[in-house]
Design a protein around this ligand. Structure first.
Ligand SMILES: Nc1ncnc2c1ncn2[C@@H]1O[C@H](COP(=O)(O)OP(=O)(O)OP(=O)(O)O)[C@@H](O)[C@H]1O
Length: 219
């Protein structure tokens, strides 16, 4: 699903942030990506989302070398990936409901076919009474949950989530973890970048640990 082959990444003339990364994210797998602040977790997710190119080595997503994918084909491939950014990236002029429904609208689906699903997912993440407000008046934790709902609503083949429980309390974090596990059961490969040890300790999942630019994987 995602393959890294001897990948190195540096920003500009800076030092190598990622070094000699060789690993695979198997189809339908579930893994945590962790490591100290500044270790390169966000950088690694950006490579997987094809918004950064490796400085050396090969990254293949859906079997395609990302350096050779024509620019105009990227949006179509990215639509197969759900992503939760650390800064959420909600559209401020759309309501919470409209933000979450956006991936379905972009796909050309009729609102009648998804309205109930969007509302149910919003209720599940505790935003049932925030559906019709604009993101600027949501709290950090509410924005985060809206961003998660948007990433999940279309059942992507891959979910990339950058600190998805960073702004919520422990019970809500557990609830969100359950949602990621449900999505994984439906067939999505899930990669969650997190510092949260108590979150990781709740399930026996693969751990990818970045440190000093290198990656170790514990199955
Ligand atoms: N656009 C950029 N230009 C230059 N350096 C960058 C850029 N983005 C990240 N870096 C550097 O790359 C390194 C890895 O950053 P990254 O954000 O990937 O780490 P992280 O593990 O996600 O950190 P955190 O846990 O704090 O979010 C850091 O040293 C950071 O300063």
């Amino acid at each position: 699903m995602i393959d890294f082959d001897n990948v190195g990444l540096r920003y500009g003339m800076g030092p190598e942030v990622l070094r000699d990364l060789t690993f695979e994210v198997p189809r339908r797998s579930f893994q945590f990506l962790t490591g100290p602040s500044g270790a390169g977790k966000t950088t690694l997710l950006r490579l997987m989302f094809m918004s950064l190119q490796p400085t050396r080595g090969f990254v293949r997503v859906f079997g395609q070398d990302i350096t050779t994918i024509p620019q105009q084909e990227l949006p179509k491939l990215r639509r197969r990936i759900g992503i939760v950014f650390q800064d959420f990236r909600l559209l401020d002029h759309l309501t919470t409901y409209e933000n979450v429904a956006l991936p379905l609208r972009v796909r050309g689906k009729e609102e009648t076919s998804y309205r109930t699903d969007v509302m149910e997912l919003l209720k599940w993440v505790g935003l049932g009474d925030r559906m019709n407000v604009l993101p600027p008046i949501l709290s950090g934790g509410e924005k985060q949950r809206a961003a998660i709902a948007r990433a999940l609503i279309d059942q992507p083949e891959i979910l990339l989530a950058d600190e998805p429980t960073g702004n919520v309390d422990a019970p809500l974090a557990r609830r969100l973890l359950r949602l990621f596990l449900e999505l994984n059961k439906l067939g999505t490969a899930v990669i969650i970048a997190t510092h949260d040890l108590s979150l990781m300790d709740q399930i026996d999942a693969r751990r990818m640990i970045l440190s000093g630019g290198r990656l170790e994987i514990y199955e």
